[in-house]
Design a protein around this ligand. Structure first.
Ligand code: ZN
Length: 733
């Protein structure tokens, strides 16, 4: 961005807005209606013929609910069904099947429900209070199958209710109305006399008792709303319970729509900067947020995060709405969200074209967030067990003026879930604020849920992989060595982007890796390492997807066999372009990103044994690799002061997975085989036998060496590690 444009990023355009500059009326979203279809229901019964029919229908309507983000998001909400099941003694027992904690209704299977004997659970109503440990113990000893997952924390509520089917959601539109001034009486009016609207109570025994007492007093009701939490509907059959849910949420939706109707959305004013400037600003912002949010861990390591950004027109406009500060400070829609998003968002009120200044602005906002969160917990979180989570004061969501919403997470999935919830929360609050006054929940209720051990298990990762939170790029990702490196980096917990110039080869390796690892941690991108602007663009794209980069592995290389006498100068240029210039372009393009993040980084150049031990007729390859090796050493000298380590790996005679082709062996193999009178298997044996250790070198061995350097296990930079099974000619001296 040019200097003169700096002021253009003013979050509030001169003159402000009249009306709403983005569509919060959801007129384009289809009105909520029942999707229940007898034919689909029958298909579920057929598909799950091995299970009771009632459970198959429970799965069907749970999926209908889970598929609509207006009702539940990412494992929120829960459903249950009560039925009779034979015991081991062939006696029939009353059993409840309840959704397991944290399971996503959108794709739930019968095994996503935990079955418990109903009698003993219902007896718990007689008990005055129940500790978390005892509640979990009761859930454990009353399970029909010891290996089934933990049931929802709202199990007792479902168990106490007399109805066969109970459905529960955290529908936005219900929550919006409960958050308004006088919202409870308003909501009662909107929903009608068959629904009970109750004040907030913590999930577990107190809430279960509150709800069942209400139902006993008013046996005709078919829904209960818990203020600032969500809605329960119930019936004797799956369809009615689900359709009651839709019908009540629909009433709230229509009411809000009518209120908003008179406030027609106006056109969004022209952006305050060019699209290119905005794009560049949001990438820099993501990288700096990522750097600021990285935290020193107890064992001296650095826990990095991934960034998920939401920068649609609507989110960008919301980010400079006059109410944005209130949106960020006003707390979650339902306490269930707090464990994913925290109770507040960071508001970054301005931007700067200078990295230094932008870092200062974001760091200041984060420090302020941490201070406020700690103060809030001191005041409202008496007796909370914060556990060992050193991240408990760290923000998850950022509204950045002029850009939109950014979410961070220790896994990419955590960041995505937080961003999804954050985005819906922002729109819901805008709608609430357009029709009334948004009242935040009592923070003590939110913290009670956020730090409730039973909730935290949903969000905490027990993953201790060494490269967790890091983003790696491996070029030449379509080849055997690239595949081996990516495999080992993934096994060590990193998110890995593989790149190649050949889409077909890249896709092959991608599918091999995607079979073995979580797809959310693997990505692919096609670009030419010899074209600097293409490299820069690819790095920007990686930052958009992950928030930044930490490990860069220049591995792309080509070979050409010809003695100098016959070496075509154009061929030499080509080999130099990929092997030498291609290493230089990657290192150069990585520097500004790694600098911005301020979290160091690792550049690991895949060099060659030929650098130390060249071969005749292999001049183009050996000389270009030697040049790349030298560039890497220079980078080690120049980048040490900002914590970036640059190391080299010298592999030799690497053969790998037959499914992945090796360009190097395609080029070199036939000539080598011919000169030595060998077939492909014989060639592999020849190289194995030639080594000191008599070991065949595999691509994964090269990958292990990359992981070693990337893990910062030793304070090493500028070093070369041979991965060649032992060759006296490559001993360093
Ligand atoms: Zn709930």
């Amino acid at each position: 961005m040019k200097k003169k444009n700096a002021a253009r990023f003013n979050p509030r355009p001169a003159g402000g807005f009249r009306g709403y500059p983005y569509n919060i009326t959801r007129s384009r979203e289809k009105r909520m209606e029942s999707l229940y279809n007898e034919e689909d229901a029958r298909r579920f019964v057929e598909k799950y013929a091995g299970y009771p029919e009632e459970l198959a229908l429970r799965v069907y309507t749970s999926r209908l609910m889970g598929g609509d983000a207006r009702l539940v998001l990412h494992g929120g909400g829960n459903t249950s069904v009560k039925l009779k099941q034979p015991t081991i003694f062939k006696e029939m027992a009353d059993v409840i099947f309840i959704k397991a904690s944290g399971h996503d209704m959108a794709c739930i299977e019968p095994d996503g429900f935990t079955s418990l004997t109903l009698g003993p659970l219902r007896k718990l109503r007689r008990i005055e209070s129940l500790s978390d440990e005892e509640m979990i113990n009761q859930f454990s000893i009353n399970r029909l199958s010891a290996g089934s997952p933990n049931p929802s924390v709202e199990t007792l509520l479902h168990a106490f209710l007399p109805h066969k089917y109970v459905d529960h959601s955290h529908a936005d539109d219900i929550l919006i109305l409960t958050h308004l001034q006088d919202g409870l009486s308003l909501l009662q009016e909107v929903l009608g006399p068959m629904a009970a609207v109750l004040p907030y109570a913590k999930s577990g025994l107190p809430l279960a008792k509150l709800v069942v007492e209400q139902v006993e007093r008013r046996p005709n009701i078919d829904a209960v709303v818990i203020s600032n939490h969500g809605i329960f509907t119930f019936a004797e059959d799956a369809r009615t319970a689900y359709e009651n849910m839709i019908s009540y949420v629909n009433r709230a939706e229509v009411f809000i729509q009518e209120q908003l109707g008179v406030r027609a959305p106006i056109e969004r004013p022209a952006p305050c900067a060019t699209p290119k400037e905005i794009e560049s600003m949001r990438i820099r912002c993501a990288q700096i947020i990522r750097g600021v949010c990285a935290r020193q861990t107890a064992d001296g390591g650095l826990q990095r995060v991934y960034v998920d950004m939401r920068t649609s027109h609507g989110m960008a406009a919301a980010s400079y709405d006059e109410k944005v500060e209130t949106i960020c400070a006003s707390g979650v829609l339902t306490p269930d969200h707090a464990v994913r998003t925290k109770n507040r968002m960071v508001y970054v009120d301005r931007l700067s074209e200078s990295d230094e200044a932008l870092w200062e602005i974001i760091q200041k906002s984060v420090n302020e967030f941490r201070r406020n969160y700690q103060r809030d917990i001191d005041v409202h979180g008496q007796g909370l067990h914060l556990g060992l989570d050193t991240f408990c004061f760290d923000p998850v969501l950022f509204m950045v003026a002029g850009l939109g919403l950014f979410a961070v997470g220790r896994s990419r999935k955590q960041a995505r879930i937080a961003a999804d919830i954050g985005e819906r929360t922002v729109y819901a609050k805008l709608r609430a604020m357009a029709i009334g006054t948004y009242r935040s929940m009592d923070p003590s209720h939110v913290f009670e849920m956020e730090f409730w051990g039973l909730q935290r298990v949903k969000a905490e990762s027990v993953d201790k992989s060494p490269l967790l939170g890091q983003v790696a790029l491996v070029t030449g990702g379509g080849g055997v060595i690239g595949c081996g490196i990516a495999d080992r980096l993934l096994a060590a917990g990193a998110a890995v982007v593989i790149s190649d110039i050949d889409v077909r080869r890249l896709d092959t390796v991608y599918s091999i890796l995607a079979e073995k690892y979580d797809k959310e941690r693997i990505d692919r991108i096609c670009f030419d390492v010899t074209d600097y602007s293409a490299v820069e663009k690819a790095f920007e794209e990686i930052s958009v997807r992950f928030g930044g980069m930490d490990i860069i592995v220049p591995n792309a290389g080509i070979a050409h066999v010809a003695p100098i006498e016959n070496l075509d100068p154009e061929k030499l240029d080509q080999v130099i372009a990929v092997n030498l210039k291609g290493t230089f372009t990657l290192i150069k393009a990585a520097i500004p990103i790694l600098k911005r993040q301020r979290t160091g980084g690792n550049i690991i150049v895949i060099s060659s044994k030929n650098v130390f031990d060249p071969g005749a007729a292999f001049g183009a390859y050996s000389a270009s690799k030697a040049g790349a090796h030298q560039i890497a050493k220079i980078a080690a000298l120049e980048l040490a002061e900002i914590g970036i380590r640059v190391n080299m790996i010298n592999p030799d005679a690497v053969f790998g997975d037959e499914r992945v082709c090796s360009k190097l062996w395609e080029e070199v193999g036939p000539e080598r085989m011919k000169s030595r009178g060998l077939d492909p298997e014989g060639l592999k044996e020849y190289y194995r036998g030639r080594s000191l250790l008599k070991v065949r070198v595999m691509p994964e061995h090269v990958g292990n060496a990359v992981v070693f350097f990337a893990s910062n296990l030793t304070p090493t930079t500028g070093a070369t590690l041979p991965v060649d099974a032992g060759n006296p000619a490559t001993f360093s001296r």
